[in-house]
Structure formats: C-alpha cells, structure tokens
Design a protein around this ligand. Structure first.
Ligand code: LCS
Length: 396
C-alpha cells in the first residue's frame, strides 16, 4: 500500500483509486448490503476465501477508500473507520483487553477517554494504573511484565503534555513484550507526528477534528499493523460497538482531507502568532503550548512534532476571569470540539473534562482557570483583537 508520494500529495490522491465511470470524487456507496452472484459466492466471501463486499458494517467502498488514505498517512498496514473517536477508542481497547488484564494510561486524557479507562473498563475486570507517562520513574514503576496496553495522547488534551513515544515504546516492548501501545494522535494529525513509526502499535483518532476539519462530521479511526487491525475490525467494530462510519461521512472526510496540509500549515503559523500575544498579555497567567521553550516537554516536542500544532491552553488569574473571557469573545466561538475552520474556545474543567474530579484535574496539570483555544483559519490578527477585547471586558 505504501507509495513514494509526499504527504501533501497523499492527502489529495490517496492511493490513486480508480472510480466507476471515471468519477473524480469518490462515489458515495449508500448501501447497507451487497448482492452476491450465487449462494456459493456468498459462502466464499463469508469464509474469507474471496474478496468483495458483504455488508456495510464489515466494509464499504467509500469508507474503504478513506481507510486506505488514513493508513497511508499514518504509515500503518490497516485502518478501521468508526462513527466517532470514542467508538474507535472503545472498539480498540475492548478488542485488546479482557477481564484480569492491566492497562497503564497517562493521567492527562480527553475526559471521556479518561472515564472509559478509569471507570468503565474496571466494570469489566480490567485494572488501570494512571500515571504521568512523561515521568520516566513513574512510568517504569507502573509498568508490569503482564501489562496489556499503554494508552496516551501525542499532545494531551488539554494540558498539551507531549510524551516521548519512542522512549515509552522501546522500554515497554522490552519489559512487557505482549503490551500494545495505543496513541491518540488527534491533536497532532499524521502530518505533525507519526506514532507508528516511533514504536506505537495502534494510533487512534477523533476524525471529528482536523482530519475532517469542517465541523460537520463525527468520526474516528484506529490504525495498526494487519494482525491487530483484524482484531479491531472483527471484534471491536463488528461485534462489540457496531460503531460503523456511514458512507456520507466518509465522503465528507475524504473531501476535508484534501486540504489537511494547507489547513495545518496555516493553523500552525497563526497559532504561533496568538501564542506570542498571549505570552505578553498581562491578564494571562500562564500559556500551555508545546512550542514554548519553557514547556516541560519542549525537547520531546521538538524531536517528535514537525510543527507544534493549533491548540493552545492558557490560565487566567481566576475561575471568574476565565468564564468572563468565554462570555465576552465575539469572533472566537464558544463551543467544544477542535480542529475546525472556526477558532473555538472552551473551558475544560466545566466542559470537556467535567467528568474528572478536582484531584484528577490537578493531577492532569490544569485547573478551573484554564481556557482552551483551537485556532482556526481566520486572520490571526482578528483572533488576537477578539481576545484583547474579551480580556478587557473580562477585567471591567
Ligand atoms: N480523543 C481526543 C484527543 C479528543 O479530544 C476527543 C474529543 C476524542 C478522542 C473523542 O472523539 P469523538 O468521539 O468526539 O469524535 N474531544 C473533544 C473536545 O476536546 N471537545 O469536544 C470533543
């Protein structure tokens, strides 16, 4: 599947699929099932003796083209599309884990992933250990020879922690040889980081964010080598979650992906400008961005990320001030989600991470004074002017 094109070409062309009737855009195969030519053919397809489609929960040509493109971008052998990022994460973890198994996860994760690992998985007999995976000693103490999964985010939501994927993978694969390392690459996208090339075994995505990029689809992916991918498709997707991506959504993501490189380049450039403004704004106490020299994981970020991304968190002086900023922005849009054309602003402690306790939020390295920004495609000067007027109004 691997080819020699550069990424900016791959996001447009994928693997050069030939569409029926010479269609340039991928046709939307809006069908739940596929007709067999004979009973024998149906039997052969179910037995895996013959290729071809069977039923859209098991595969669909529109979705298949998208899966191929994502696999190319992440340099994985296999990609499975899901109807949401949480579908991809739960489908992956429930395929890999059984009662009695042990998972080590980082302590800074998207809120719903955090509750899946710390509250839901234990209901099924899986034992989690939650640590700061950027702390080498804490990681080594948490890992056991029988640990089955290690889970973390390339750039963590919302503290922007960056974990050294290569170091974690090298150590874990030596000490816990059966362990599968799952990395959520949503904030980075494959254009900024490729966890599989650094030793991770599975990459998961919320494609709701940058990959689609236009705020009109909820979707997810799991990318891995073929043997793990088969388990995730045939157990996590087919039997457990059934969280199948529809062909309309697959079409929209294929369209959104064509501009991924230009969107990411523009967003990363604008983000640096907004960070520079926030750093000198007297109303802002602290800026969380992996491209800052005083970020605790700056050296890892420089090594691991091609660019530093489009996500910024910043702490105001009080919870009230943080809330007032959200209530006074005019251009920045008050909404959760991220990676859209519009700059989005939200308050993690009361929104995306509201399911976490105060202690868990503290352990994740932030507080209720934290505001999170997902920089969009507007002129950065307009974003800065909006923040400036919101800060002034919040002070008043
Ligand atoms: N992984 C990360 C890093 C996320 O930020 C999210 C959603 C998910 C997985 C789940 O993906 P979904 O099922 O929503 O497609 N993050 C959100 C956020 O920060 N604001 O709203 C949703």
């Amino acid at each position: 599947m691997k080819h020699d094109y550069r990424e900016a070409t791959t996001v447009v062309h994928g693997n050069h699929p030939k569409n029926a009737h010479g269609a340039l855009a991928t046709p939307i195969y809006q069908t739940s099932t596929f007709v067999f030519e004979s009973a024998e053919q149906g039997g052969r397809r179910f037995a895996g003796q013959e290729g071809g489609y069977i039923y859209s929960r098991l595969g669909n040509p529109t979705t298949g083209q998208l899966e191929e493109k994502i696999a190319l971008l992440e340099e994985g052998e296999d990609c499975i599309a899901f109807s949401s990022g949480m579908g991809a994460i739960s489908g992956t973890l429930l395929s890999l884990l059984s009662a009695g198994d042990h998972i080590v996860s980082d302590n800074t994760l998207y809120g719903c992933t955090f509750s899946l690992i710390t509250e839901t998985l234990p209901r099924f007999g899986v034992e989690p250990t939650v640590v700061d995976l950027s702390d080498d000693a804490a990681f080594k103490a948490a890992l056991r020879p029988d640990t089955k999964v290690i889970y973390f985010e390339t750039i963590a939501n919302p503290s922007m922690k960056v974990i050294d994927i290569a170091a974690v993978a090298a150590y874990a694969h030596r000490v816990a040889p059966g362990c599968v390392i799952v990395v959520d690459n949503t904030f980075a996208t494959p254009l900024l980081a490729k966890p599989l090339t650094l030793g991770a075994d599975v990459v998961v995505h919320s494609a709701t964010k940058y990959l689609n990029g236009h705020g009109d689809v909820v979707a997810g992916f799991a990318v891995s080598r073929k043997e793990i991918g088969d388990r995730i498709r045939m157990v996590g997707l087919k039997d457990i979650t059934g969280a199948v991506l529809g062909p309309q959504e697959a079409f929209l993501i294929l369209r959104g992906l064509k501009t991924l490189q230009v969107r990411m380049d523009a967003v990363c450039r604008s983000t640096l400008q907004v960070v520079a403004y926030l750093q000198q704004a007297p109303e802002v106490e602290k800026v969380f961005f992996p491209g800052l020299a005083d970020h605790p994981n700056y050296e890892t970020a420089k090594k691991e990320l091609k660019q530093f991304g489009g996500m910024i968190s910043f702490e105001m002086k009080s919870f009230e001030a943080a809330k007032q900023v959200l209530n006074h922005v005019r251009l920045c849009t008050l909404a959760v989600s991220l990676g859209d054309c519009e700059t989005l602003i939200q308050h993690p402690a009361s929104m995306t991470h509201s399911m976490c306790s105060r202690e868990e939020i503290e352990a994740a390295g932030f507080s209720d004074r934290l505001v999170r920004l997902s920089i969009g495609l507007e002129d950065p000067e307009d974003i800065i002017a909006d923040l400036r007027q919101a800060f002034a109004a919040a002070q008043a």
